[in-house]
Design a protein around this ligand. Structure first.
Ligand code: TYM
Length: 338
């Protein structure tokens, strides 16, 4: 088993990232067997696909590294690094561009969402973004990729690219790439905005009230939960009663994920109660979950040199692991590497 996943260092880590992905990263890291390995990275190369401020990107990369360590990623057990320090990511992307098809990329919903009405003005990087994402995981022969629901389409594309490359340039008994398996948590794969239950919680939402950030202080968390959009009905006793109530479903899902309970169990406790009772209970659970994370985060930020050293060491390890696959890819394509 080799676990590989990444996060863009844009904006702050939020509850959707944590429950949809990072908590799973930590759990997979903590349950690794002999010979198994986890690699986690800051996708700073992906971040340049949208307009960005260079000095801000550098700061955000270090802060996101601190946030991951604060959440429980242990750099002595997992390989933690940023893409830009491992040239093989960009290099493999180019090699895979020959295999990826325009039609496949045209179907990517993230490109459609992020380019919006301005497709002509979108960067080429935004369009080819999923090929870099494929390179990120194929480079390390990832077997498992823990991600939220929104990244599953990109992972399907990575599998398609790996499959086509193996078919076109390798033999069945000596494939160049492993087909990676996306892993999503059963109930927190898609955490929604606190202001609109039809939109996912996102770093790019202009309203800070739409998301809980991992560094939010207790008062801010309580305020955001209190103001979260709901409806006037009390909570139902069974999950079926949440079907047409996306905001209520989202809050119950968050509570269930944080307490490691099922939605049914949460409704067994809170069915018949109004949000006046449920919201403070949810706020409490959130505050208690975030407290140790934000304390560690603040401490880690004080020593930027230590963070730099963690990323430098992780990159050196990642570069080593990448060598055989990169070599095999050049060779399979008939290229002689300099
Ligand atoms: P990013 O930075 O948008 O998000 C990081 C992780 O958080 C998950 N996530 C969510 N899960 C549940 N509910 C939400 N509202 C929510 N919002 C975000 C994402 O699914 C993701 O797992 N392209 C990726 C970064 C990336 C990557 C990779 C991931 C680059 N290369 C290779 C896996 C493998 C991204 O922008 O994620």
């Amino acid at each position: 088993m080799r676990v590989v996943s990444g996060i863009q260092p844009t904006g702050n880590l939020h509850l959707g990232n944590y429950l949809g992905a990072i908590r799973n990263w930590v759990r997979m890291q903590d349950n690794l067997g002999e010979g198994e390995q986890c690699l986690f990275f800051l996708a700073d190369l992906h971040a340049i696909s949208m307009p960005h401020e260079p000095t801000e990107l550098r700061r955000a990369t270090l802060e996101m590294a601190a946030a991951l360590v604060a959440c429980g990623i242990d750099p002595s057990r997992s390989v933690l690094f940023n893409q830009a320090q491992v040239h093989a990511h960009a290099e493999l992307q180019w090699l895979l561009n020959g295999t990826a098809r325009m039609g496949w990329l045209n179907r990517m919903t993230q490109f459609k969402d992020k380019s919006g009405k301005n497709r002509e003005g979108a960067s080429v990087a935004l369009f080819t973004y999923p090929v870099l994402q494929a390179a990120d995981v194929l480079l390390y022969q990832a077997t498992h990729v823990p991600v939220g629901e929104d990244q599953k389409q990109h992972l399907e594309l990575a599998r398609d690219i790996a499959q086509k490359f193996n078919n076109d340039f390798a033999t069945e008994d000596a494939p160049v790439f492993t087909l990676p398996e996306p892993i999503s948590p059963p109930q927190a794969a898609r955490i929604m905005s606190l202001r609109d239950g039809s939109k996912k919680m996102s770093k790019s939402d202009p309203s800070e009230m739409s998301r809980i950030e991992l560094a939010d202080d207790p008062d801010t968390v309580m305020k955001k939960i209190k103001k979260a959009k709901t409806d006037p009905e009390p909570l139902p006793s069974e999950a079926k009663g949440l079907e047409d109530r996306p905001e209520a479903l989202n809050l119950v899902t968050i509570y269930a994920a944080l307490t490691d309970k099922s939605v049914e169990d949460v409704l067994a406790d809170f069915g018949g109660e109004g949000f006046g009772k449920f919201k403070p209970a949810l706020g409490e659970v959130l505050v208690e979950t975030l407290r140790p994370i934000s304390e560690r985060f603040t401490g880690l930020l004080e020593d930027r040199e230590a963070l730099d050293a963690i990323l430098a060491r992780g990159a050196a390890q990642a570069r080593q692991i990448a060598v055989p696959t990169l070599d095999a890819t050049y060779k399979a394509l008939g290229l002689v590497r300099g």
